[in-house]
Design a protein around this ligand. Structure first.
Ligand code: AMP
Ligand code: GLY
Length: 435
């Protein structure tokens, strides 16, 4: 990576577990005076050198005003919705160096049909599949039925769905139910099997690309990869089955061609490009792209990074990451495991707030506890949404990190708490798949 200065004042947009991890990482870097998190959360505001500003991240005018008022040298946009709505365009137009793609480039996440179109044009390997307009129901049904009979089909709503718009179907009947649940345009794909990998790269809009450590999310609600898909129930990094030496080849096969194709279409991508891969017997295949860090991937990837992230993000924001950069950021030895603690009814709508016990004890057991949806009420933490906390622990290897994360998560309780007990366990390594 090229030499770049450490920003002293940074704006992080968002307020979930991913943004807690970003603020935690950036605020601890030498030279940083203030990290403004908008809207942040009660928990994020307790990090040293972090200031919380209440606003709606979809209100671009309000975000730009805060960036100016606090004189930030860098803005990092966490969630997909403000990216899709053009917040990065507004910040850049106001002269704020920003990590986050334009609305045009963020379509790689906000439209699965666009993602397939770009990936196909770029020659990126992915599942056989097709996009269908909302009105094209009969052909969609016929195509899905055919794939279901040949080993499984995946039905995806085209737009943003908080990680819940995808249904993996074994049978024609399941595919019928999944199709009936989608109103608008959709994508239908053959069902692939294998282990998944989330490979997120920092991109500067040109040729500069540098990978964060690869991570594995666990999308299903229940142990052993059973139950419905969720936004993610836990993650670990790095991956025992993706060697450092493979990262360059993965960037060449996925990120670089996608970035080139977006540039060719006049939509250069300056931000964090997340390739959701399935490592199939025939090689890696693209399942999805996100235009941002993953959640909960960020919570395990950022603690692995051994260098200050601020200068790298400034270089990306200013288009000067450079091509002589190493393929990946330097990382700490060992592994990091994060376990998501969710409310009773997750992934359905959240239930009434519940008092949370044991966060201090989890920290005393050596974990970092990132808050996704909590509120401090009269000095006590309460749940305030579906995915509530991510309990993160590091260890000398994956097994030790998993053990430490489990022990820390065991300390935390509230009525109806749901969580997995197999995140990072070797038995689950092959999972996080579509099984
Ligand atoms: P997506 O939002 O497209 O990443 O899909 C969410 C999850 O659905 C992925 O992480 C996979 O677990 C699963 N999935 C998506 N596409 C496929 C596919 N073609 N075959 C099997 N599973 C898939
Ligand atoms: N963990 C998957 C995502 O952030 O989309």
């Amino acid at each position: 990576m090229t030499r770049s200065t450490q920003p002293t004042r940074i704006l992080v947009v968002g307020g979930g577990g991913r943004e807690h991890a970003l603020a935690w990482k950036l605020a601890a870097e030498p030279g940083v005076n203030e990290v403004v998190v908008a809207p942040g959360s009660d928990a994020i505001a307790r990090e040293p050198r972090v200031r919380r500003v209440a606003l709606d991240p979809l209100d671009a005018g309000a975000v730009v005003a805060v960036a100016r008022e606090r004189a930030v040298e860098l803005a990092v946009i966490g969630p997909e919705a403000p990216l899709a709505a053009g917040l990065a365009d507004a910040l850049r137009a106001a002269g704020v160096p920003t990590v986050g793609p334009s609305a045009a480039a963020a379509r790689i996440e906000s439209s699965k049909a666009f993602c397939r179109e770009v990936a196909e044009a770029a020659g990126v390997p992915m599942a056989a599949g097709r996009a269908f307009a909302a009105a094209d129901r009969d052909r969609a049904r016929a195509y899905a039925t055919d794939l279901a009979k040949r080993g499984g089909v995946v039905v995806k709503a085209d737009g943003l769905a908080g990680g819940k718009g995808v249904t993996v179907c074994d049978t024609v009947e399941e595919a019928e139910v999944a199709l009936a649940a989608v109103d608008g345009p959709l994508v239908i794909e053959e069902r692939l099997t294998g282990r998944e990998a989330s490979l997120i790269a920092i991109c500067d809009g040109g040729e500069g690309v540098i990978a964060l450590p690869p991570a594995r999310d666990h999308k299903r609600l229940l142990d052993g990869d059973r139950g419905p898909n969720t936004g993610g129930m836990g993650a670990y990094a790095p991956l025992p089955d993706v060697a450092d030496a493979d990262l360059g080849a993965l960037l060449d096969a996925f990120h670089r061609p996608l970035l080139r194709e977006l540039r060719r279409r006049g939509a250069p991508f300056r931000g964090l490009l997340y390739a959701g891969l399935m490592l199939t017997a025939d090689g890696p295949r693209l399942l999805e792209c996100n235009a941002r860090l993953g959640d909960p991937e960020a919570q395990v990837v950022l603690p692995q990074v051994s260098v200050p992230l601020g200068p790298v993000l400034v270089a990306a924001a200013s288009g000067s990451l450079g091509t002589s950069a190493a393929d990946r950021l330097p990382t700490l030895p060992g592994a990091t495991v994060g376990i998501v603690l969710a409310s009773a009814s997750y992934p359905a709508a959240a239930t009434a707030p519940q008092p949370i016990d044991g966060i201090d004890e989890a920290v005393a057991r050596g974990a970092i506890v990132f808050h996704a949806a909590t509120r401090a009420v009269e000095g006590r933490w309460q749940t305030a949404g579906g995915r509530v906390l991510t309990v993160v622990a590091r260890g000398a290897d994956l097994a030790q990190a998993a053990e430490a994360a489990d022990r820390a998560a065991d300390a935390i309780s509230w009525p109806g708490l749901q969580r997995r007990h197999d995140i990072g366990r070797l038995a689950a390594v092959g999972a996080g798949a579509s099984a």
